[in-house]
Design a protein around this ligand. Structure first.
Ligand code: BES
Ligand code: ZN
Length: 611
C-alpha cells in the first residue's frame, strides 16, 4: 500500500465543509467511485486576457453510488456547475501549490453529466501565451499547452491522473488568421469563422490533452504523416522530417499497428520547454531540432514510439514513469537502427550510456537524490516533475536492453508485440509489468530470471554491475582525438572531417580541463560559440563556464534568451551557479530571459537559483 497524505477541505464558496480529502497518485479525483468516460470542451481562446473560457461537460458513471464527484483544478475560476442540466452547489477545497484544489460537486447514483463553466488564469501553468515577438515569424500571437505531468488541471477541470482514460471532443473559437490544433483529428487549413471542431475517439489519459493556437501551416509528408509549423519554418521543417513516414512504417513493422490514424508533428516556437511531447496524433516539438542537417530527428522517433509505449500502454502512476520513457527510448533506438543502420544507432546509444553514468555518479553522492536512482520511484507527496531524470529514460532503456541481451532479440520482440497488443488502452504498474514479464517471457527458460535480476534494476539504487558498456566505432575515433589533444594540447591536430552532431557532443563531453586560452584556440578554429546547432551549443557553453572562458558570455546570454527548452537551460545555469560570480550572471540572465520561458522551466530554474 502506498502512503496517502491528507488535505483539509477549507470550504470556500458555498458554506464550510471540514471533511478530510485523500490524495493518492497526485489526484483528488475519486476515480474508484466515479468513472469519467468522455469530456466535451467548448472554449473561447482570448489572447488579450490570456484566458480560455467556456465549459467542460463530463460524461460520468457513478460506480459505487458516491454522493459527490471530486475533480482537480488549479489556477482557474469556476463560474458554475450543473449536474444533468440542473444547477449544482459546488465546493472548493484547500489549495496546494503542487496539486491545486479539489472541486467537489454533489451527485446521485443516477447522475450522468457534469457541466463546469470556467475561466483559466493568465498564469495557468500548462499554457504559454506568446506575444508575436516570441514566435518565429513575429507576426501573430501563439498559445500552446504542456499538460504532462499534472498540469492538465490548470486548463481543464478533470481527474488528472494517468490511471484515468476518456475520449474527448472540443469546439475551440480562436481569433481570425489563427489555426487551432489538438491531440485529436486536426484541420489542415484555417477557416473564416475561427471555429474548429475536434474529436479524439480513442480513450486517453489527461496528460495527453493538448491544444495549440497560432499562425501555422500544414505540409503533407507521406501516407499518414505531416508537419505543422509557422509559415517561415514550414519548408525547413518538412525537409528536416523527410524520414517521418519511414519512421512510422518502421515502427509498425517492429511492434504492431499504429493506433492513432495520422501522425503529425507541430513545430512550436522556441520557448517550448521540452524537446518533444507525445500528444496523440500530433507530437509537439521544439524548433531546436530543426538543425538543417537532419541530425536531431531521433527525437521524432522517440515521440512516435510513445504512440505505443505511453499512449497505448500507460504508466499507471508517475512512480511507474520508467515504463513510459524507458520503453520509449528503447523503441526509439530500434527505429533509428532500422532506418539509419546499426552503427549510427549504436553511436547514439553509446553517447547516452556516457550521460547515464554521469547522472548516476552525481546522484549517488547526493543523499537526497540517491533513492531516485531506482527505476520504481516514490513520488508520493512530491511533484512528479522530480522523477524526470535520466534514470527513467536511460536506466530504463538499459534494463530493457539487458533483457534483450539475455533472451535474444527474437523472443524479446515477440514479447513486446504481445505486451503492446494485450495492454492497449490500459495502464500498467511496475509490479504488473514484472508479473507479465515472468508469465509471458521468463517462464520459457529457467536461467533467464537469475541472469536478468530485475530486482536490482527496479528496486536497487545506482546501476547493476552488469549494465552494458557500449562500444561505438565512430566514437572511438573521437576518443583517439581527445587522447592526443590531452597530451599535445594541439588544436590543429583535431581532425573533425566527417563529424556529425554526435561526434561533436562526444568530443566536448570528453575534453580535459582546459585554460581560457586553450578554449579560445578551440573556438577560433571551430567557431563553436557562433554555431547554429543547439545541442552542440548547450555542451559548448557548459564547457566555457567550467573552464572560465568568458569571451563566450554574450553568445551564451543570447542562447539562454532565445531557447526555452529545459534540457538546455538547466545544465548551463547549473554550471554557472557553481561560482559566486557565475551565480550573479545566472540571475541576471534569468531575470532578462524568464518572460520567454514556460512555467515549468521557470519553476525548475527558480528552485535551482534559490529565488
Ligand atoms: N513525455 C516526455 C516529456 C515530458 C516528460 C514532459 C515528463 C513532462 C514530464 C517526452 O516524450 C520526452 O521524453 N521528451 C524529451 C525528448 C526525448 C528525445 C528524450 C525531451 O523533451 O527532451
Ligand atoms: Zn519521452
Amino acid at each position: 500500500m502506498k502512503p496517502v497524505y491528507t488535505i483539509l477541505i477549507a470550504g470556500l464558496m458555498f458554506g464550510a465543509c471540514n471533511k478530510e480529502m485523500k490524495v493518492k497518485n497526485h489526484t483528488y479525483g475519486n476515480y474508484e467511485d466515479v468513472r469519467i468516460s468522455h469530456i466535451a470542451l467548448d472554449l473561447n481562446v482570448d489572447f488579450e486576457k490570456k484566458s480560455l473560457s467556456g465549459t467542460a461537460v463530463l460524461n460520468i458513471e457513478n460506480l459505487t453510488g458516491a454522493s459527490e464527484i471530486v475533480l482537480d483544478h488549479k489556477n482557474m475560476d469556476i463560474e458554475g456547475a450543473e449536474v444533468d442540466g440542473k444547477e449544482a452547489t459546488f465546493t472548493i477545497g484547500k489549495y496546494d501549490s503542487t496539486l491545486g484544489a479539489p472541486l467537489i460537486i454533489p451527485i446521485t447514483k443516477e447522475s450522468k453529466k457534469i457541466t463546469v463553466k470556467y475561466r483559466t488564469h493568465a498564469d495557468a501553468e500548462a499554457l504559454q501565451w506568446l506575444s508575436p515577438e516570441q514566435t518565429h515569424d513575429k507576426k501573430q500571437p501563439f498559445l500552446f499547452s504542456q499538460s504532462q505531468a499534472i498540469l492538465a488541471r490548470t486548463w481543464i477541470p478533470l481527474m488528472d491522473a494517468p490511471a484515468i482514460r476518456f475520449t474527448y471532443e472540443a469546439t475551440i473559437k480562436v481569433p481570425n488568421h489563427l489555426l487551432a490544433l489538438m491531440s485529436a483529428a486536426n484541420p489542415t487549413e484555417k477557416n473564416k469563422e475561427g471555429i474548429y471542431h475536434f474529436k479524439q475517439e480513442k480513450p486517453i489519459p489527461s496528460y495527453l490533452m493538448a491544444i495549440a493556437v497560432g499562425d501555422v501551416e500544414f505540409k503533407n509528408l507521406g501516407r499518414n504523416t505531416g508537419v505543422y509549423a509557422e509559415p517561415g519554418m514550414i519548408e525547413k521543417s518538412a525537409w528536416e522530417f523527410e524520414s517521418m513516414q519511414s519512421m512510422v512504417d518502421s515502427a509498425e513493422a517492429l511492434y504492431g499497428p499504429y493506433a492513432w490514424g495520422r501522425y503529425d508533428v507541430l513545430v512550436l516556437p522556441p520557448s517550448f520547454p521540452f524537446g518533444g511531447m507525445e500528444n496523440p496524433v500530433l507530437t509537439f516539438a521544439t524548433p531546436t531540432i530543426i538543425a538543417g542537417d537532419r541530425s536531431l530527428v531521433s527525437l521524432v522517433a522517440h515521440e512516435l514510439a510513445h504512440s505505443w509505449s505511453g499512449n497505448l500502454v500507460t504508466n499507471e502512476t508517475w512512480n511507474d514513469f520508467w515504463l513510459n520513457e524507458g520503453f520509449t527510448v528503447y523503441f526509439e533506438q530500434r527505429i533509428m537502427e532500422k532506418i539509419y543502420g546499426h552503427d549510427y544507432a549504436e553511436m547514439l546509444t553509446a553517447l547516452s550510456r556516457g550521460e547515464l553514468q554521469r547522472t548516476i555518479d552525481s546522484m549517488m553522492i547526493d543523499p537526497e537524490q540517491k533513492p531516485d536512482t531506482k527505476l520504481f520511484l516514490n513520488l508520493d507527496g512530491r511533484n512528479p516533475d522530480d522523477g524526470v531524470t535520466d534514470i527513467a529514460y536511460e536506466k530504463g532503456r538499459f534494463f530493457l536492453r539487458s533483457i534483450e541481451n539475455v533472451v535474444g532479440r527474437k523472443n524479446w520482440d515477440a514479447f513486446i508485440i504481445q505486451y503492446f497488443s494485450e495492454n492497449s488502452f490500459k495502464t500498467m504498474t511496475t509490479e504488473r509489468f514484472i508479473d507479465y514479464l515472468q508469465k509471458n517471457l521468463l517462464n520459457k527458460n529457467t536461467e533467464w530470471a537469475a541472469k536478468i535480476n530485475y530486482k536490482d534494476w527496479i528496486y536497487g539504487e545506482g546501476l547493476p554491475e552488469n549494465c552494458e558498456k557500449i562500444e561505438s566505432t565512430e566514437l572511438k575515433k573521437v576518443s583517439a582525438a581527445v587522447t592526443n589533444y590531452s597530451k599535445t594540447r594541439d588544436v590543429a591536430a583535431i581532425d573533425t572531417a566527417g563529424y556529425t552532431t554526435h561526434h561533436w557532443l562526444f568530443l566536448l563531453r570528453n575534453l580535459p580541463k582546459m585554460s581560457a586560452q586553450e578554449m579560445k584556440n578551440l573556438d577560433a578554429k571551430f567557431g563553436l560559440s557562433k554555431g547554429g546547432n543547439s545541442e552542440i551549443l548547450c555542451d559548448w557553453f557548459q564547457l566555457c563556464v567550467r573552464n572560465g572562458y568568458n569571451d563566450a558570455n554574450n553568445e551564451m546570454r543570447t542562447f539562454l534568451n532565445s531557447v526555452g527548452r529545459r534540457k538546455f537551460l538547466t545544465p548551463i545555469y547549473r554550471e554557472l551557479i557553481a561560482t559566486t560570480e557565475g551565480k550573479k550572471l545566472a540571475i541576471d540572465i534569468f531575470n532578462q530571459a524568464q518572460s520567454g520561458y514556460h512555467a515549468v522551466a521557470v519553476k525548475t530554474l527558480k528552485d535551482m537559483l534559490g529565488i
